[in-house]
Design a protein. Structure first.
Length: 137
């Protein structure tokens, strides 16, 4: 994992049993860029690692925002983040990776089944589509 050590800047409820985490560099700096649909790996206790979608606007280079739903049958990932991690804690994360990268010239259809990726992808498609229309002569 290409490691980044980030501080939990803020945590807030995000509906139901979910919590959102605002992760920022320890020293003020720019984070590696990402596009809609990207995720980061978060290293948890005892070598456990989980992937979480980045929810914030890719234009924000000072932070990564993830949301974690506390799963009743958690094998450690969501339980650890939702019950033991809070403001000021440090988390080791990977640089963003994207298995759902959009191609600028492609026609897109966005389908969702309850994951955080779809809304970010939809927003990027809508935003880029508007920009392309504005750029046409």
């Amino acid at each position: 994992m290409n490691d980044l050590l980030l501080k939990v800047y803020d945590v807030w409820p995000e509906g139901g049993s979910a919590r959102a985490f605002d992760l920022r560099p320890i020293e003020e700096s720019t984070l590696p860029p990402f596009r809609a649909g990207a995720h980061i790996n978060v290293e948890l206790e005892a070598g456990l690692e989980r992937q979480y979608s980045l929810l914030n606007d890719p234009a924000e280079t000072h932070r990564y925002v993830i949301a974690v739903a506390l799963e009743p049958q958690s094998r450690g990932g969501s339980r650890y983040l939702c019950t033991r991690v809070g403001r000021g804690d440090l988390l080791k994360v990977s640089a963003p990776r994207n298995h759902f990268e959009l191609h600028d010239k492609a026609l897109h259809a966005v389908f969702s089944k309850g994951n955080g990726v779809a809304l970010d992808v939809y927003e990027e498609v809508a935003s880029n589509g508007n920009r392309r229309k504005e750029e046409r002569p």
